[in-house]
Design a protein around this ligand. Structure first.
Ligand code: NI
Length: 166
């Protein structure tokens, strides 16, 4: 099981660099990330969240869909947006509606370096955009207005303090 980095860790704020080796080490890391994600009961996990400053993330949806996105690029976004309540394994216990495009087109490589293009909607589109942001050091709270962001951060810090003193 991998440690999940929490708010305040520097690696969560870095702009990650491209993956260059599609080797066993990458496959082993991805497998460990899937196990970590399952244990944490999440739907997506980006490399920087496990302390690796590389451009890739994994998605695992409740319907059983599992997919890796290596060196991804979002190449299209719908004009239509929708709000959806997001959380993040790096900020456990806090949630807030975030408005994002409802559909995206993403180009990426799979774990073997084979390129693919995916048109995503619904939960997949939402998770892709959230995880993609992680690769640029952006967290969902950064997508809120200043007041909302402060409220969520304060709630997170309060929960975190309580946890440490328990
Ligand atoms: Ni997240």
């Amino acid at each position: 099981m991998l440690d999940i980095m929490k708010l305040g860790e520097e690696v969560l704020r870095e702009k990650c660099s491209d993956v260059t080796q599609f080797d066993d080490a990458l496959h082993i890391l991805i497998q460990a990330m899937y196990e970590t994600l399952e244990e944490a009961d999440g739907v997506g996990l980006a490399a920087p969240q496990v302390g690796v400053d590389k451009r890739f993330f994994i998605v695992s949806l409740p319907d059983g869909t599992k997919k890796e996105f290596i060196n991804p690029k979002i190449t299209g976004m719908s004009v239509e947006t929708n709000p959806y309540e997001e959380g993040c394994l790096s900020l456990p216990g806090v949630y807030h509606d975030v408005v994002r495009p409802s559909k995206v087109i993403i180009e990426a490589k799979d774990a073997n370096g084979v390129p693919f293009t995916l048109k995503a909607s619904g939960l997949m589109a939402r998770v892709i955009q959230h995880e993609y942001d992680h690769l640029d050091g952006v967290l969902f709270i950064d997508r809120l207005d200043e007041e909302e962001k402060n409220k969520v951060v304060r709630a997170y810090e309060k929960k975190n303090r309580k946890k440490r003193h328990r």
